[in-house]
Design a protein around this ligand. Sequence first.
Ligand code: ZN
Length: 364
Amino acid sequence: MPIVSVRIGKSLRNILVTGLDLKRHLFFNNDVRTYNGKKTVKFNCETFTTLNKHRNTPILLATLESPTGLLSYANDKYQGMFKVITSSKGDSCDIVNEIPMEAYISSLLTKEMNSKWPIEALKAQAVAARTYALHKMRTQQVTKELGSEAYYDLESSQKHQVGGSFFDATESTNAASNDTRGEVLTTESGQIRPIFFHAKCGGRTLRPDQVWHNKEESYQSVNCPFCHVIGPKSWNSTITRERLKSFFLWASEQGYIKERLSGDLNSIVLVPDELDKFTVNFYINDRPFIIEKAVLRKFFGGVIFPSNTFSIKKQGEGIMVLGEGLGHGVGLCQMGAFAMAMRGWSYKKILAHYFPGHVLKKMY
Ligand SMILES: [Zn+2]
């Protein structure tokens, strides 16, 4: 079973780890120490950071294990091992949990889905999250992006996926993880590619290239007549003319629109838009511009744009945005999976619906 390294804390001034019979290995002086009984070990990160002042690459400072129990950090308990590393800037520490994949997936299900949801929905999520993690591990994506050994495969946050701790796992999440042990989605040619998921698509899922420009050949946009029965209803937001101006200036600066716009945007006119379009047309100073909808969400954020599925209409001097769904909209629709599982669909059938062009494969 693969062991996954998850960064659970970052940019820390100090780290306190509690556990039974702790075994602590300090790497800079190769000092191994065992503490009997329940003890707390403290790392003052500032004293360590002088070690890599001029390197700007993370250094593995220490590992901590408890052969007889769990490890505690920040009021949560963890299985496996902790690694303490200097952060890439060298001014603080990060903490990484090394944990067997199935244990990681089980506690993650509570955070990324809901442990009380039907088991077939949890299993579908388990396969999606396992594939996502295994892809990060195999490609060593974090280390490649950093340009030096990162000491972890993925971080526990919205950026990657939100993991849990030991007591987040339940009987049901353990079953969902273990019953799908080693199963991932691959492309038809057997490749492991990133598998994405989101809360609610609002009627139709999106392809990665429609949201982030990264082309994943195996993805298709599929209809989802399931998720409308659960979760938030449609949403709407308003954007003032001033904010819209700032957006266009930013988009031009970032190269999201071909022509460079200057400070004077005298007239902004919206061309009528529809929900199922991925781009929106404007006339700015009487010249036509096309902008991808995902770029609007990138600028205004997930509070004003809860999803990437929306239509825009004129409202006074500004615009009104009317949308469906929650999250980026790519891949597995979690609320759709919930509704399908309630109707008796198996996790295999749920995955086949959201990921045509993929096959389920047992890797270990
Ligand atoms: Zn959906």
